[in-house]
Design a protein around this ligand. Sequence first.
Ligand code: SF4
Ligand code: FES
Length: 368
Amino acid sequence: MSEVPNIKVTIDNITVEVPAGTSILEAARKIGGQVAPPTMCYYSHLKGSGGKCRTCLVEVSKGSEKDPRPMPKLVASCRTGVMDGMEVKSMTSEKVTDARKGVTEFLLLNHPLDCPVCDQAGECHLQDLGYEHGKEGTRTEFERRTFEPEDLGPYIQLNMNRCIMCFRCVFTAEQLTDYREHGILDRGEHARISTCISKSLEHDFIGNVIDVCPVGALTDKTFRFKNRVWFTKPVDAHRNCSNPKCCGEVRLWMRGDEVFRVTARKDEWGEVAVASNGKPGWICNECRFEKKSTKDWVIEGPTNINRHSVISQGHYDRTVHEAQVELLAEVIGKEPVMKMDIHDVSDVNKPNVHLSMIDGPAHSEDFK
Ligand code: SF4
Ligand code: FES
């Protein structure tokens, strides 16, 4: 078979050679850094993903060597192939910057700003997108659409209010599991992720929908509300998993000796990293939800976390910091009064445990 010839494409004034048939987005990722457009729906390991969210828009200022005319509109880089001699502007285009602001605002039209209580905070792609490409204010005054939380069984919690309809979880269930039990119901404004008759999602690979969800719409019930991600320490580990589809290479999110959460390993684009066998590193439910002890794993060492990530902020040395001074009474000019008892409203806090009173950090046993 003849080899696919490489072609040249220039993105933000950097030229790269890629095989014909590569998308602009993958070519930009080859250059790396901020040249790579943000993505909220594309996922390189999921066939058919992309083309839904428009966060990856770029400007094509020269179509190709043969036909140098610019493309009339911004294009979705995840769904547009490169041509030989193509010139693309991503971070160097004002039009693109403006469009990304608009797309971010659009994605946030219905998304609740509940980051302080959302488990995805600190590793949410929409949160990052908002900080990097969003505007300070909002122009909308109408109420956001809301849904009742839906129980998807023992492992996965769906909070549909946060969903941005990226379809990644649907593709994951379709391509990784033997039978898909959830999908998108209804159309337009009413479209939502659901199981139709509130089934539980129980296939042995379904936990991967948690890893692909870019926001906090699908979260891990075994970890939910138990810790903030930046307080935990990620550690790479592996085990000989008997499930032939599972790579057995994971990331343990620990606090002290306790394993709070197990996830697949992620690469620099926030996607499941390629495992040592060269395949995408999807993991099975048993590794993710049942193996919560260090005895179950061969620990490889601490995960190398990007220093710009909020997760790296937890690596502090308590001994060099002084205890924080209580300033609230001084700021409000009187002693604070308790307006709400968390035990009356939370279904995860044990009524006899007051988190502010316990000695040291909270652990699993402090929650229901
Ligand atoms: S639940 Fe998450 S992964 Fe599924 S469509 Fe919504 S945002 Fe995407
Ligand atoms: S990442 Fe390209 S359209 Fe969503």
